[in-house]
Ligand binder design. Sequence first.
Ligand code: NI
Length: 257
Amino acid sequence: MFFDTHCHLNDKKLINNIDDILTRSRQKGVAFFVIVGWDIKSSKDAIKIAQKHEGVYAAVGIHPSDVKKANKGDLEKLKMLLSEPKVVAVGEIGLDFYWDKDIGVQKKQEEWFIKQIQIANEAKLPIIVHMREATQKTYEVLKTNIPKLGGVMHCYSGSAEMVMSFVELGLYISLGGPVTFLNAKEPKKVALIVPKDKLLIETDSPYLAPHPHRGKLNTSEFLPLIAKEIATLRNETINSIGKTTTENAKKLFHVKQ
Ligand code: NI
């Protein structure tokens, strides 16, 4: 059994095929899903979808690449969504210095990252962190603004050297499609280092389809390919990776069944 801890069934590429995607994914053993928002609209969509489907949960938040167009009212709107049934996390939030090189925008990203960690702490929810080309700054923010209910470094793309620093802050490390890419050295190293009780898996669909589907539309049905690669790297069985990462995700997101 598998738990896709990060997918975007609320994305326009997937939203019209949800029943079909869920059916095919369940046939492959993927039983749990967290749909992640990136702004207010997509967060509301994530909740709507989660409330209609068994085993499907929602995370709500403003993505670092979307804070440019965010305003104060959005934070209030976000707070209102946190008490909705099936909301299990605040995310995705964080820092993305790949897409935004402007110092002013990076500063705004940092402010919104901190504000959203604070509302997660107030609402007693974990966070889902997006980090791209901002490892040091993300680490500093998290170290000085500890997410009290924990969180996950989604599709971790930092170095193998840094990964244990995030684990020591109490965070889970989630791996996605890049771990399967033939030329991916760093994610494969990371897959070996992360302690078993801190490991999660995800598709980040519709993006980052795993090998051999790289470049194509991604859905949760490909999650077992990611588990299989991690199992091979760690010399474990795919069932053992599935079982542990599902247990870890249930613990982080407080999912009972
Ligand atoms: Ni995402």
